[in-house]
Design a protein around this ligand. Structure first.
Ligand code: ZN
Length: 220
């Protein structure tokens, strides 16, 4: 029996049962402040994100659902590159986990999931004040999320949303021209006032060479 707030999960790869923190449901009523422009949750909701990825203590499988990992998991577990990511204790622990999950997602053809995993790793690196690591993770995120956007796999129901997100990631790494380009593109295809205003804000920040974090509160 799992302890309160915990769940027992059997790993589909090695059949070992292990205990994990139960997922906290992200609920809007607990949120008092606005998310960042790249959709990073406000501080009081960030712990929700970190319970999303789980690690099997026996075979080192790292993914959201240990009981039903994606198709590329087995191949990744036999790859020395994956094992090196899992064993890397020099980076913050959640960066380690998100990078490992990104590797499996990529091997499984889940390009958007891989992109978001690298973006989450960048947020954790931001908190650890490790700009070099955050920049590398944002670069890896933007390459994958751009490819996923081209395949219609990032916010397919919200026209221009993927472009606004890509613009913000480019801006945070000082890639001003790309940031403006994506925001212009988002503006040209969206049918929502909020997304258009978000793109305008990204353009004005990029033109000022502002790579800081800003929140959706500032979108008017
Ligand atoms: Zn396992």
């Amino acid at each position: 029996m799992a302890a309160p707030g915990k769940v027992d999960i059997t790993c589909a790869n090695c059949n070992t049962q292990s205990e994990h923190s139960a997922r906290v449901q992200a609920s809007e009523e607990h949120s008092h402040s606005a998310p960042d422009l790249d959709l990073r949750p406000a501080p009081e909701r960030r712990h929700v994100m970190n319970t999303a990825i789980r690690e099997c203590p026996t075979c080192k499988l790292i993914c959201p659902e240990l009981a039903s990992p994606p198709s590329g998991a087995k191949e990744a577990l036999a790859n020395p590159e994956y094992l090196a990511l899992v064993a890397d204790k020099k980076v913050p622990d959640h960066v380690r986990k998100f990078r490992a999950w990104a590797f499996i997602a990529e091997k499984s053809g889940l390009v958007a999931d891989a992109g978001f995993a690298h973006l989450h790793a960048a947020w954790v690196a931001d908190d650890a004040k490790n700009k070099g690591l955050a920049d590398v993770q944002r670069h890896m995120a933007v390459v994958r999320l751009s490819a996923a956007r081209d395949q219609g796999k990032v916010y397919p129901r919200q026209k221009g949303g993927a472009e606004a997100l890509l613009s913000d990631i480019h801006r945070r790494t000082g890639n001003w021209d790309e940031a403006v380009h994506e925001a212009e593109r988002g503006k040209s295809i969206t049918d929502q006032d909020f997304v258009a205003a978000l793109c305008d804000l990204e353009i004005s920040l990029a033109n000022k060479h502002d790579a800081d974090v800003h929140t959706t509160e500032e979108v008017r």
